[in-house]
Design a protein around this ligand. Structure first.
Ligand SMILES: Cc1cc2nc3c(=O)[nH]c(=O)nc-3n(C[C@H](O)[C@H](O)[C@H](O)COP(=O)(O)OP(=O)(O)OC[C@H]3O[C@@H](n4cnc5c(N)ncnc54)[C@H](O)[C@@H]3O)c2cc1C
Length: 377
């Protein structure tokens, strides 16, 4: 096993660290910024794992994870990085892998350049963890060679600012998962309306419900065959579960550095609080979580690159990092005492962001279910 980065990977890391430090000034709290989105696109972030002929850099999953970890460790804008990652893994990747040449050429270069923004809509009021029991319907109309979509999606990351939505619907509810089909829908289509949610964290990544009332989608906007939507979704989840967590380990890295500085500066009982073993033990625990999280994310990314069986690795990375991020965010607050509770010090914001990680791309209970199913022989 070789844990060394190549010269090219280190150069990318340095370039992105510099970009995040200088090019992403402190964000307006709770507000998505199209300028920041554009700046990230111009820095090549949306194209990192996309092929060169579509405007990307063609990087592997391991290097893309390094890029997101670096960006997240250098900026406090967890929402922006989450939105960028969600677009890459939940819509760009399905388009790349399952869309026809025309659809790919029409949308992917504009998504990579930041001219268009996309979101992926699976969750519904009555189908969350049991995603393939969705009720949104897609009724084929042969006279118009297209589908009419009807239903309601919720908790869609990026929906309030997206130009495109990858909507999962069923062509036949009786077929269960074999009826699920993916459609790329332009947000400006008649009958599609957005109802914003208010969220606990990552507020720079706005979320919304999407109402679909007789929304017409041409058949050419379907990804893959009818009934292939579950495969499209599972493929994107395999990547998202590992790679969305790369940003979380970047935040944990920043958090650890900030806490280790704080315990040296903060004095109580005439000494730095680092001298109290209960405080330094918390830092030790945070460090072990960070290193374990790194190993799991990079191992899962390596499995994805080597076409290995990545499902187990991705679920383990998703489960462990999300829970470690919550635990370390609480430890960071404890280390800062009451000062960590004050929003002006921004320590508590990580905890609010971390709670979201427990649920996106499948709740921890579902990851445990997947891990045990795949592990027990
Ligand atoms: C930050 C964030 C971003 C998101 N982004 C998107 C997005 O872009 N697009 C999208 O479509 N959705 C998105 N979601 C929704 C997310 O996918 C769902 O929240 C998740 O799948 C869980 O579904 P649910 O919230 O309906 O919970 P439920 O499925 O109702 O679960 C409730 C509880 O029951 C447990 N549970 C359910 N089934 C089982 C089981 N079989 N075994 C054990 N425990 C079980 C769960 O773990 C949970 O604790 C996002 C959510 C969050 C928090």
């Amino acid at each position: 096993v070789n844990f060394d980065w190549t010269a090219a990977q280190l150069a990318l890391r340095d370039r992105l660290a510099q970009f995040a430090g200088a090019g992403l000034p402190p964000a307006l709290p709770d507000q998505f910024s199209r300028d920041r989105w554009k700046a990230c696109a111009q820095a090549g972030i949306l194209g990192l794992p996309m092929p060169a002929e579509l405007g990307g850099a063609g990087l592997d999953a391991v290097t893309t994870a390094l890029a997101f970890q670096t960006l997240a460790s250098e900026t406090r804008d967890a929402g922006l990085l989450f939105l960028l990652g969600a677009q890459i893994w939940l819509t760009q990747l399905p388009l790349l892998k399952f869309a026809g040449d025309d659809l790919r050429a029409r949308y992917l270069p504009k998504l990579i350049s930041g001219d268009l923004i996309s979101c992926a809509a699976m969750t519904e009021p009555d189908s969350g963890s049991d995603a393939f029991s969705l009720r949104t319907t897609a009724r084929f109309d042969p006279t118009r060679n297209g589908y009419f979509l009807n239903g309601r999606k919720i908790m869609v990351t990026g929906a309030p600012v997206a130009n495109l939505a990858l909507v999962f619907a069923t062509v036949d509810p009786a077929k269960g998962r074999w009826g699920v089909t993916a459609f790329l829908v332009e947000a400006a289509t008649a009958g599609l309306t957005i109802e914003p949610h208010s969220t606990m964290g990552r507020r720079n990544a706005p979320m919304a419900a999407i109402h679909l009332d007789d929304v017409f989608v041409p058949a050419a906007q379907r990804l893959g065959d009818e009934g292939s939507g579950a495969a499209v979704f599972e493929h994107s989840m395999r990547f998202a579960r590992a790679l969305l967590m790369a940003a979380d380990i970047g935040i944990m890295e920043r958090q650890w550095k900030e806490c280790s500085q704080y315990v040296r500066q903060r004095r109580q009982f005439n000494q730095p609080i680092r001298r109290f073993q209960s405080v330094s033990n918390r830092l030790a625990d945070m460090r072990v979580r960070l290193e374990t999280a790194r190993l799991l994310v990079y191992h899962a990314a390596w499995l994805l690159d080597s076409n290995g069986d990545a499902d187990l690795g991705s679920s383990m990375a998703k489960l462990y990092v999300s829970e470690a991020f919550v635990a370390s965010s609480l430890d960071a607050i404890r280390i800062h005492g009451g000062h960590g509770y004050l929003t002006e010090n921004k320590v508590e914001a990580d905890l609010r962001d971390a709670v979201g990680s427990l649920f996106f791309a499948g709740a921890g209970d579902i990851q445990r279910l997947l891990i045990s199913t795949r592990s027990i022989e």
